[in-house]
Design a protein around this ligand. Structure first.
Ligand SMILES: [Zn+2]
Length: 301
């Protein structure tokens, strides 16, 4: 007998032995003497095909355990649970690695105050059409003044793609990267150069030194050449980027505009400013009420 047949035989014997653990005392035998499941009624045994030339002679006619419908369903449920656990662990790992600033975890579509705005609809489109974005390497530039929700929208995309598609994402800013110790910075630059999606927040907040500008160019250029989609947020406006006089910034902006065919102004009223204005109104009303109450008191003698 060849080694191949031996190996084949041992696999089959394993299956026969393994099947014994599925035997139950209330199994029933059908008219041909096969063990059947008392629940679904299916046979739990089969016999090797006598005519099959691949079956070694010593196994011909022997009974082999096979899973009944209940056993197949249990196995499918175990597999599904294993898969759910795998996805859950993967999401936790990607979130931990990609969204290091915990405050961005709340940037979720369900917390969007204006889900009908162009920006919000575009964010959902970006997630739904991720395969197209990945294929073409197309990114988006969210621009507008401080506090309008640019970062919120960019992070909504990041969180949703991690959860729905388990896409590795890196949310960062150049200001954060250049402040890292050198080994960490190099590691981060490596991640930026290959992460399938990067969110680079607050571009231009880091215009400081020649060294920083060089790092920014390195990172942007690496993603540009690798055709990896990138989401940028910035307080700069597009005209300023296009008309930038300094060559070292101009070459960065040219790359970014090339990488981001979609440039969306985020013009919603400032979230921070709105809160401040609400506070002003609230304090005014409280003070007016207090003053009115004071006037009703008898004058101090
Ligand atoms: Zn069964």
């Amino acid at each position: 007998m060849s080694n191949h047949t031996n190996a084949f035989g041992s696999v089959l014997s394993g299956a026969i032995n393994a099947s014994r653990k599925d035997h139950r005392p209330d199994d029933i035998l059908d008219s041909e003497g096969f063990r059947c499941c008392p629940v679904c009624g299916e046979r739990k045994e089969t016999v090797m095909d006598e005519a099959d030339p691949n079956i070694p002679a010593f196994l011909k006619g022997r009974k082999l355990g096979v899973p009944c419908a209940c056993a197949r369903q249990q196995e499918a449920e175990r597999e599904a649970e294993k898969e759910r656990r795998r996805v859950r662990d993967r999401i936790a790992e990607l979130t931990e690695r990609g969204i290091t600033d915990r405050k961005y975890l709340d940037c979720r579509f369900e917390n969007d105050e204006r889900p009908d705005s162009d920006v919000s609809v575009f964010c959902r489109y970006f997630v739904d059409e991720w395969d197209h974005m990945k294929e073409t390497g197309r990114g988006v530039l969210f621009y507008g003044s401080v506090g309008t929700g640019k970062t919120f929208h960019a992070c909504c995309i990041a969180n949703e793609l991690i959860e729905r598609r388990q896409v590795p994402v890196l949310v960062t800013s150049f200001a954060a990267i250049v402040n890292l110790p050198i080994e960490q910075r190099e590691w981060f630059m490596g991640e930026i150069a290959r992460c399938p999606l990067a969110v680079i927040d607050d571009l231009d907040a880091e215009r400081k030194t020649e060294f920083v500008t060089e790092q920014v160019f390195r990172a942007v250029d690496a993603r540009y050449r690798a055709k990896l989609p990138t989401i940028f947020t910035t307080n700069l406006d597009i005209t300023a980027m296009k008309e930038e006089p300094a060559t070292e910034f101009r070459r960065i902006y040219d790359r970014i505009l090339g990488m981001c065919p979609v440039r969306l102004p985020v013009i919603g009223e400032s979230r921070r400013q709105k809160n401040a204005e609400d506070d002003v109104k609230d304090e005014r009303a409280r003070f007016a009420a207090y003053r009115a109450e004071q006037r009703q008191l008898p004058a101090v003698q």
